[in-house]
Write a protein that binds this ligand. Structure first.
Ligand SMILES: Cc1cc2nc3c(=O)[nH]c(=O)nc-3n(C[C@H](O)[C@H](O)[C@H](O)COP(=O)(O)OP(=O)(O)OC[C@H]3O[C@@H](n4cnc5c(N)ncnc54)[C@H](O)[C@@H]3O)c2cc1C
Length: 279
């Protein structure tokens, strides 16, 4: 794993199981999950690992699922904590984070991924150097062949400190011009709800929620988003929410730290105009 925040959080949990050894996943490019699973299986054997941890990112979970299939070992995904012992006791996020499950894992080598943004980060050991076998042709069948740039002007949704997000209330694809304008002024990423991606107004890469990206910005500005549980499931890591909605009873307004009741088509451009004045 690389030393991203998610990986350092994973090490906090792994440390309870002893002195963790770190294997860099980004040493294999382009991303090929089966080749990584094969290398991880080999590393776990050579190091006689008592458990294998990964950051619960999409890639981390994918590699661990393939490692589980390859080795026949049980895998607990998206854990927020794990206590060593026999059995290992894990707490995991279920249903997009709306349920915490306590589970017991009986395994000679439990495979555990740690849900991002759920535990404090810890600095980890330097990665171990391992001689890995060259990947088999069959392990390279699934691999990244191309990268499509997100539409959010280069700011990644998952890493963004500020997100300006639009829902059905934005009204149309063209309506997102005011959302993009505000995001540009704030150096923010643009996000959206599933109603928006379903309507084809924005690409799926912009979707926040249970079936979209999980985000953890300092500020999430929700414009015309009702706040359905599936959308809120992606927002658990957001520090502050500002909601702009014409309906004061919308669930997003109940969950927000700051609210503005009114028509986003007036309010969003007014905020942008104020920011311009201040510069
Ligand atoms: C299995 C499953 C997975 C799902 N995954 C996701 C997911 O990952 N992400 C996600 O977002 N959804 C997801 N959904 C869909 C989710 O249930 C909601 O349908 C969706 O989030 C609604 O999007 P919305 O808030 O934009 O639209 P709506 O619910 O239609 O809300 C629009 C809001 O805009 C406000 N509004 C309207 N006009 C204006 C205006 N001019 N100014 C200000 N406010 C205005 C309204 O008051 C309303 O609150 C999922 C659903 C299912 C069943």
């Amino acid at each position: 794993m690389d030393q991203s925040d998610a990986s350092r959080q994973m090490l906090t949990v792994a440390r309870k199981f002893g002195d963790p050894r770190s294997v860099r996943m980004d040493a294999f490019e382009p991303f090929a999950p089966d080749a990584l699973a094969a290398a991880l299986a080999q590393a776990a054997e050579e190091l006689n690992a008592s458990a294998v941890f990964a950051a619960g990112t999409e890639r981390g979970n994918e590699v661990m699922a393939r490692l589980a299939a390859r080795t026949g070992l049980p895998f607990a995904a998206n854990c927020t904590g794990a206590a060593p012992g026999d059995p290992v006791e894990v707490t995991r996020l279920r249903w997009g984070g709306s349920l915490l499950e306590e589970a017991r894992l009986r395994s000679p080598r439990p495979l555990i991924s740690v849900a991002p943004f759920t535990v404090p980060a810890d600095s980890g050991p330097a990665p171990v150097e391992l001689e890995t076998k060259p990947p088999a042709e069959s392990d390279l069948v699934v691999r990244v062949s191309d990268h499509v740039k997100p539409s959010s002007g280069g700011v990644s949704l998952a890493e963004a400190k500020v997100i300006v997000s639009g829902g059905r209330g934005v009204g149309s694809k063209e309506g997102f011009a005011i959302i993009e304008e505000l995001a540009g002024l704030l150096g923010a990423a643009v996000g959206c709800s599933r109603a928006v991606t379903s309507a084809g107004w924005r690409p799926h890469t912009d979707q926040v929620g249970q079936t979209g990206t999980k985000v953890a910005p300092e500020v999430y500005i929700a414009c015309g988003i009702s706040g359905a549980t599936q959308h809120m499931a992606g927002l658990k890591g957001a520090k502050r929410i500002l909601a702009i909605n014409s309906d004061p009873q919308a669930p997003m307004m109940q969950n927000a730290d700051y609210t503005v009741v009114g028509d986003l088509k007036e309010i969003v451009p007014a905020i942008s105009a104020e920011i311009r004045k201040l510069r």
